[in-house]
Design a protein around this ligand. Structure first.
Ligand code: GDP
Ligand code: IMO
Ligand code: MG
Length: 449
């Protein structure tokens, strides 16, 4: 690919210090069940970033960015693609549906996003999501419903099946698509056959698929790099600001989330290393994004869910509708047990608390602070979903501020009761709140320090 020899620093015979590791990467992660406003936080930081990288997930993500009154939604493209001065990178940990990627780019181009293909770099180690993975996603959901009486409520973007192919070592990667196409075609056919033996109703027009994939591969080729080498260069060259945009969120993490009602990748901090091929020493700030209340799309336990007028108010005022699937999001009070749990795993250096403005009209606001089982507080977040379904939430109640906060631009503009709410959250999680969101657009973000 015309790359030069990497510059490996000479070993000095001394132990390396953290400071010798090269540039630091700032990671932005969801601290709840997704849709916390990661896109908006990334957009804020991306104005100064040289690189914005996605490290996991696929187009199951839906990240909204509002700039100059124009609303963009990104699924596979890093939200930083808006910034003409930064490079966007899709790392090896991401699963890529090529029709989805180009559709998304073309759609945003119509909205005014220019030159995105020139700013996008794709790792050759990233796995591909095929159309049949998406069909299988739907078939698996139907099967779950029939066998267990409940599905997961996936986005049907083929995420689970594509990561399954990856883990079972039959998946196909970007480098395979760009390599010997005959070999790729054979492996593609084998993969189709494998799925057809599991799902006899699955029909795939193999020749048509291969023809389309060949076309996509030529459009993709100029963007493809060895992701590990590319990141190494970015980390060890001149000072650069590198941002990682987490997709999905801690409680949807395949290892730490509310399994099995989760997605199929690591949406916690480890995913930044494995999904980009970067050492942990290069991880700098880890920003957790949390909404001032809680939402969840899809099925699964949700201890602070409010199936009442409060939940409905949060849903309508917060416009809580999925960006990817258009489903209504389930809503409830802020649950600090889950945010603290996300912090245990991610080690947040600061939090962005978004959508405070949605709470402006409430008479009183509750915050879940602990879980009880059989009347006793439990110190951990339960792994078992039957247990999580049974926990009783202990709440702290705050008086509402009943004031419009959407015009607030600094801490002192916020009503004392809102300040009190924010300080309580900060103390309870034990992580400073760096930003408070009071509206959709870029300028509606109060920076605290
Ligand atoms: P993501 O998946 O974490 O990037 O979040 P989504 O984009 O799916 O959902 C967040 C929604 O909240 C989007 O519609 C944002 O425009 C909106 N949003 C983000 N921050 C704020 C905020 O502080 N106040 C309000 N009112 N809306 C916000
Ligand atoms: P962002 O990045 C909210 C949920 C789905 C479903 C489960 C599994 O916008 O925060 P999948 O299609 O991944 O196999 O679905 O995970 N889910 C999300 N919910 N926001 C997301 O992404 C999500 N990504 C996946 O609703 O319950
Ligand atoms: Mg979203």
């Amino acid at each position: 690919q015309g790359q030069q020899e990497p510059h490996y620093p000479a070993a000095t015979g001394q132990k390396r210090s953290r400071n010798d590791a090269g540039n630091k990467v700032t990671v932005v992660l969801g601290a709840q069940w997704g849709d916390e406003g990661k896109g908006k936080v990334v957009d804020l930081l991306a104005t100064e970033a040289d690189f914005v990288c996605r490290c996991q997930g696929g187009n199951n993500a839906g990240h909204t960015v509002v700039v100059d009154g124009k609303e963009y939604d990104f699924h596979l493209l890093p939200s930083g693609i808006i910034n003409p001065k930064s490079v966007s990178l899709i790392g090896n940990g991401v699963v890529i549906h090529l029709p989805g990627l180009f559709e998304e780019g073309d759609k945003n181009e119509k909205k005014g996003l220019k030159g995105w293909e020139k700013r996008l770099i794709v790792s050759d180690r990233a796995h591909l999501v095929f159309d049949f993975h998406q069909v299988v996603d739907g078939l698996q959901e139907t099967e779950r419903q029939a066998q267990e009486g409940k599905n997961i409520g996936t986005t049907k973007k083929g995420i689970g099946p594509a990561y399954s192919s990856k883990a079972s070592r039959t998946g196909l990667r970007v480098c395979d698509l760009l390599g010997d196409f005959k070999d790729f075609s054979t492996r593609f056919k084998n993969l189709v056959r494998q799925y057809q033996s599991m799902y006899p109703s699955l029909t795939v027009d193999v020749e048509d698929q291969l023809k389309k994939l060949k076309e996509y591969s030529e459009r993709l080729r100029p963007m493809v790099r060895d992701g590990v080498y590319y990141m190494y260069e970015a980390l060890h060259g001149p000072p650069k600001k590198i941002l990682v945009e987490g997709a999905n969120a801690a409680l949807l993490d395949i290892d730490f989330g509310t399994y099995p009602f989760v997605t199929s990748s690591n949406c916690t901090v480890g995913g930044a290393c494995t999904g980009l091929g970067i050492p942990p020493l290069n991880i700098g700030d880890v920003f957790g994004v949390a909404k001032a209340y809680t939402t969840r799309v899809g099925i699964g336990a949700f201890p602070t869910e409010q199936l009442n007028a409060v939940g409905e108010l949060l849903q309508t005022r917060g416009h809580e509708v999925g960006v990817t699937t258009g489903r209504k999001r389930r809503c409830g009070w802020l649950d600090l047990v889950i945010v603290r749990y996300a912090h245990m795993i991610n080690g947040f250096t600061a939090i962005a608390l978004t959508k405070l403005d949605i709470l402006d009209v409430l008479d009183e606001i509750k915050v879940g602070v602990a879980y009880k089982l059989n009347g006793k507080r439990i110190p951990h977040f339960p792994a078992n979903m039957d247990v999580l379904q049974k926990v009783e939430v202990e709440y702290e109640t705050f008086p509402g501020w009943k004031t419009d906060t959407s015009a607030a631009r600094k801490w002192n503009d916020l009503p004392a009761k809102a300040q009190n709410y924010i300080r309580f959250i900060e103390n309870h999680i034990g992580v400073p709140i760096k930003w408070v969101g009071v509206g959709k657009s870029r300028e509606c973000m109060i920076q605290m320090f």
